[in-house]
Design a protein around this ligand. Structure first.
Ligand SMILES: [Zn+2]
Length: 267
């Protein structure tokens, strides 16, 4: 599932692929991925939205990409596109059976939006609406801004995933960051104040490593995909040895999500 590193890697790829390029034409292979409003389901796909997307990109070069947390905005001279990756979406160079949308560039190359589960999509909007959507309801970005100090009794893993407090961390990277920080995911948020530097360093290290890892390839791969490698020290490694203390990695459920952690070295 896309979290900050995956979305940021997508953003960097789109920038790289479209630098000094113009879009000659757009191909809608599955129109259900184009919607009028964010939050709309594939069944709400709209021809009007598709016309608007075509108008925004055809004959133009993108102006900029912007990311905040897990949100991604693509700005063009005549409007913006909100890019939702959903659970399985990604932008790719190579076509796949799951390609929903294709932009043909003026050098003969193409870029594709693939989305097997069709939970992501593209929404056209004005520049003002796009800028507002990018940050609406979100806390500071987990990569670009200092980590906020947490208070209260909520477990720190749950607090790290609260996008209104800090934007970008999801289930996987929050748990890995806590392992790097050596902090028990159940620790009440307020009790992490004295270990704030370790927590922030854990988040930075985790996001930095994930960005480096993802950046080695042209396209992102989700760890949930069939056949994908698992580069993470604790994620889905219940029962395996902790790379730091050789204790046994455990799994527990917090706020309905699996948390992987090491009871041996996370206190
Ligand atoms: Zn350990």
């Amino acid at each position: 599932m896309p979290e900050l590193p995956e979305v940021e890697t997508c953003r960097r790829s789109l920038d790289r692929w479209t630098r000094d390029r113009r879009v000659d034409r757009i191909e809608f292979l599955d129109p259900r991925s184009i919607r009028d409003r964010r939050g709309d389901r594939p069944s709400a796909a709209s021809e009007r939205a598709a016309d608007r997307v075509r108008e925004i990109v055809t004959g133009h070069s993108p102006v900029a990409t912007r990311r905040h947390g897990k949100r991604l905005l693509w700005t063009w001279p005549r409007g913006c596109l909100l890019l939702h990756l959903g659970m399985t979406g990604k932008w790719t160079r190579l076509p796949s059976p799951f390609t929903k949308l294709r932009l043909h560039l003026d050098d003969g190359s193409a870029i594709n939006f693939a989305d097997p589960r069709l939970l992501g999509g593209v929404v056209p909007c004005t520049a003002a609406a796009g800028a507002a959507w990018l940050v609406e309801g979100l806390g500071p970005d987990a990569w670009d801004a200092p980590l906020p100090r947490f208070t209260g009794s909520r477990p720190i893993k749950v607090a790290l995933m609260d996008q209104a407090r800090v934007a970008g961390l999801g289930n996987l990277h929050a748990a890995e960051a806590l392992w790097r920080a050596g902090i028990d995911p159940r620790c009440p948020s307020g009790d992490t104040t004295s270990r704030h530097e370790a927590l922030e360093a854990g988040v930075r290290a985790q996001l930095g490593l994930a960005l480096d890892e993802l950046g080695e390839n042209d396209e992102i791969t989700y760890v949930e995909e069939a056949g994908a490698a698992n580069p993470f020290p604790v994620y889905q490694r219940q029962g395996e040895a902790c790379p730091r203390c050789a204790g046994e990695i455990a799994r527990m459920v917090q706020a309905g999500r699996s948390t992987y952690w090491c009871p041996g070295c996370q206190r």
